[in-house]
Design a protein around this ligand. Structure first.
Ligand code: NAD
Length: 248
């Protein structure tokens, strides 16, 4: 449904950079008003807002919120509802990884990853779901990872567990929210973003040998698919779709 600005609304968590920012751009390009949620990077979020408002003539609301904190999630949803009237699409994109060996893994860091990647996704599905259920329509795309499906790197057990949990949440919310709200998940492989900025060239080259397309994805390649599954694929529901260039 269109709001008072004559546009649909997409909320993307953790969207000041990377896959989230690319997703904001794709929705804006398709005439959506957007909600840019950020945690720390206010300047990047404001720059993105200015750029896409000027380029696409849509409204971009910038909201600071930590998705792992229930009160902040409630506020994010309230502000969105108040300012933009409704929410057509939610993309649960905010996520963190903390790379360490097993010896260096701490319970605190494990919990932090679960809090952001899994509890954050749960809270957003819960509170945006309330809005969408009242509206009687909506679509949710949860960003998991190929690491949530298979184990490729034993040391990322904490991140992998959180992303496996996102897949589980997707199945459960798809069941709970049917038939008016579709809930799907995508599972990217390697994507060229800040999350992977510490990887060395040799490591990247070695990883590319295990990708049929021979390269990492660009954020906009993932973002275009998020838009497709979130908006255009109207009979796709409860699906978990890998976007990894083919693994070999
Ligand atoms: P990124 O680090 O550039 O983006 C993650 C964003 O989430 C950042 O903007 C960060 O500030 C935000 N964020 C972190 N904690 C938050 C919190 N508590 N509340 C709100 N926002 C928070 O990395 P990216 O690659 O763009 O990652 C986007 C999503 O894609 C993540 O869920 C990630 O796990 C997933 N993913 C990435 C890859 C990859 O190779 N880059 C592969 C598979 C899945």
């Amino acid at each position: 449904m269109s709001d008072s600005y004559g546009k649909k609304v997409a909320l993307v968590t953790g969207s000041s950079r990377g896959i989230g920012a690319a997703t904001i751009e794709v929705f804006a390009k398709n005439n959506y008003n957007v909600v840019i949620n950020y945690l720390n990077s206010e300047n990047e979020a404001l720059d993105l807002k200015s750029r896409i408002e000027a380029k696409y003539g849509v409204k971009a609301l910038v909201v600071k919120a930590d998705v792992s904190k229930e009160e902040e999630v409630k506020k994010l949803v309230e502000v969105t509802k108040r300012e933009l009237g409704h929410i057509d699409v939610l993309v649960n994109n905010a996520g963190i990884a903390i790379d360490t060996t097993l010896e260096d893994k701490t319970v605190d860091n494990f919990r932090k990853i679960i809090d952001v990647n899994l509890i954050g996704c749960f809270l957003m599905c819960k509170y945006v779901g309330e809005v969408m259920n009242k509206q009687g329509y909506g679509s949710i795309v949860n960003i998991s990872s190929t690491n949530g499906i298979d184990s490729y790197y034993a040391y990322s057990m904490d991140y992998d567990a959180s992303k496996a949990g996102v897949i589980s949440l997707t199945h459960n919310f798809a069941n709970l929210y049917a038939p008016n709200i579709r809930v799907n998940s995508i599972a990217p492989g390697w994507v060229n973003t800040e999350m992977n900025k510490e990887l060395g060239e040799d490591y990247i080259n070695d990883e590319c040998k295990h990708i049929l397309l021979g390269r990492f994805a660009e954020p906009n390649e993932v973002a275009e698919f998020i838009y497709y599954i979130g908006v255009e694929a109207t009979y796709v529901n409860d699906a978990i779709i890998k976007i990894d260039g083919g693994r070999c």
